[in-house]
Design a binder for this molecule. Structure first.
Ligand SMILES: [Fe+2]
Length: 398
C-alpha cells in the first residue's frame, strides 16, 4: 500500500517534471518518393552516410531508387544490412565498428523499430565516451548528441522516428531494455509511402496494433496532458479509419495514413510513456523472440480490461472520438465499446486471443519480475499493478 502511494507520488512528479524536458520534434518530410530528397538533406554537412537496415530491405529493392540517386549525384555511402528483429547488444558494437571502419559521418536508418532503434544506439556510441551500452540504460544518460540520423520507417508501428527511446536486447540475460533520452530523437523523420508497397499483411497487422498501443498507453497514462490527448486521439482515429483497409487492400492512401498515425503515436508515447502492455510484451519478446507488435496486440485488450474503472474517462474520449456509442452512453459502456473494437480488429486481422507457448510457472515468474522491474515506478500507468496482477494477466494470455 505504502509502495503504491510512493509510485503515485512519483507519477505526479513525472507529470510536472516531463514538460520541463525539451523533447525535440524531428524535421518531418513526407510524401511519395520523398526518399529522393535525402541528397538535399545531407548537403552541405554530410558526405558519407551509413545506411542501416535489414537484409530484406535490400532484397525487396526498397533502396534501389535512393542508391541510384546517390550514384548519379556522386554521394559516397556504406550499407550495414545486418539488422535482425529484436536486435541485440552485439549488433550495436558490430554496427559501430562498421561505421568507424568505413569513415561514415551520418546515419540513414531504414526499417521498422529494430533498424531505427539500433541506429540510434550506434549513433550514440560513436559520439559518447562510455563504451558499454548498459551504461545508457534508463533515462537521460546520453551526454552528447548522437550522429546525425535520418529515420525512414518502412512499417506502420514503431514510431521510433519520433521517439526518445531505443530498445535493445541484452543477450546475456535475454532482457529487453530501453535507453530514453531526448537526444535520441532522429534529426529527420522521412515518411515515404512508396516504401510500404508490398508490406506483408502480418506486418501491417502487428505494427499497426503497436501504433495503437502507443497511442492508447500514452493517452491513459498519468503523464498525459492536452497535447498528448489530442495527438493520441488523432492517431487512434487514423488507425480506426485506415488500419483494416491497409491490411485488407494495401492501398497507398490507407498505408500513407497509417504511416502518419504511427508517427503521431510516436510523438505521443515519447512524451506520455507507455505502460504495462509494453512492459509485459518486452519480457515475452526478450525471452521467446516474439514480434513486438504481435505481443502488444494480444496483451492490449486484456490489460485494458484489467485496468477497470481507472481508464473509463480516457477510453470514453476514444469512444466519443470514433462515435462507437451514443454520446449519452455510460463511461463503462463506452470503455467496453473501445475494448470490443480492439478485439474485433485483432480477430479480423488474424491475431489470436492468446499466445501458443509451452511455458512453465518458473518462466512466468521470471517474466513477471522483468516486467515489474521495467514498469514500476517508471511508467505513469493509470493504475499501479502488483506482481500478482501481472502474473494474473500472463495467465490470461499464455
Ligand atoms: Fe511499441
Amino acid at each position: 500500500m505504502i509502495t503504491k502511494f510512493f509510485y503515485y507520488l512519483y507519477h505526479k512528479f513525472l507529470k510536472f517534471f516531463l514538460p520541463l524536458i525539451r523533447i525535440p520534434f524531428p524535421r518531418l518530410i513526407k510524401g511519395e518518393g520523398s526518399i529522393l530528397q535525402i541528397k538535399y538533406i545531407l548537403k552541405p554537412n554530410y558526405f558519407h552516410p551509413l545506411i542501416i537496415c535489414s537484409p530484406s530491405i535490400i532484397k525487396n529493392h526498397l533502396l534501389d531508387s535512393l542508391l541510384e540517386d546517390f550514384k548519379i549525384n556522386n554521394i559516397d555511402y556504406s550499407v550495414y544490412s545486418n539488422v535482425k528483429p529484436n536486435p541485440t547488444t552485439s549488433l550495436v558494437y558490430e554496427g559501430r565498428d562498421f561505421f568507424i571502419d568505413n569513415k561514415c559521418d551520418s546515419i540513414i536508418s531504414v526499417g521498422g523499430g529494430s533498424a531505427i532503434d539500433l541506429a540510434k544506439i550506434i549513433g550514440l556510441l560513436i559520439t559518447n565516451s562510455k563504451e558499454n551500452i548498459l551504461e545508457y540504460k534508463g533515462l537521460l544518460k546520453v551526454k552528447k548528441k548522437p550522429v546525425f540520423n535520418i529515420a525512414i520507417p518502412t512499417t506502420i508501428g514503431s514510431g521510433s522516428e519520433a521517439s526518445v527511446a531505443a530498445v535493445i536486447t541484452d543477450e546475456k540475460n535475454n532482457d529487453k531494455f530501453a535507453i530514453n533520452d531526448p537526444k535520441l530523437v532522429p534529426d529527420v523523420a522521412l515518411l515515404d509511402s512508396n516504401l510500404l508497397a508490398n508490406l506483408p499483411k502480418n506486418i501491417i497487422a502487428t505494427t499497426g496494433m503497436d501504433a495503437l498501443t502507443h497511442s492508447i498507453e500514452s493517452l491513459i497514462g498519468r503523464a498525459s496532458n492536452k497535447f498528448i490527448t489530442k495527438t493520441s486521439l488523432n492517431s487512434i482515429k487514423l488507425i480506426y479509419n485506415n488500419l483494416y483497409n491497409c491490411y485488407q487492400n494495401g492501398d497507398n492512401e490507407s498505408c500513407k495514413n497509417m504511416q502518419l498515425a504511427s508517427y503521431y503515436a510516436g510523438v505521443s508515447f515519447t512524451r506520455g510513456f507507455v505502460g504495462y502492455v509494453h512492459a509485459l510484451s518486452h519480457s515475452l519478446s526478450g525471452e521467446f523472440d516474439i514480434p513486438h507488435g504481435y505481443a502488444n496486440a494480444i496483451l492490449l485488450p486484456v490489460v485494458l480490461e484489467y485496468y477497470g474503472k481507472s481508464i473509463y474517462n480516457k477510453l470514453s474520449l476514444v469512444s466519443d472520438c470514433l462515435n462507437l456509442t451514443e454520446k449519452d452512453a455510460s463511461k463503462k459502456d463506452k470503455t467496453n465499446a473501445v475494448i470490443t473494437w480492439i478485439k474485433e480488429l485483432n480477430q479480423a486481422m488474424g491475431i489470436p486471443k492468446k499466445f501458443s507457448l509451452n511455458i512453465t510457472e518458473n518462466e512466468i515468474e521470471k517474466l513477471m519480475s522483468h516486467s515489474l522491474l521495467e514498469s514500476n515506478p517508471f511508467y505513469p500507468v493509470p493504475k499501479v499493478l502488483s506482481s500478482e496482477d501481472l502474473g494474473n494477466i500472463y495467465h490470461l494470455v499464455l
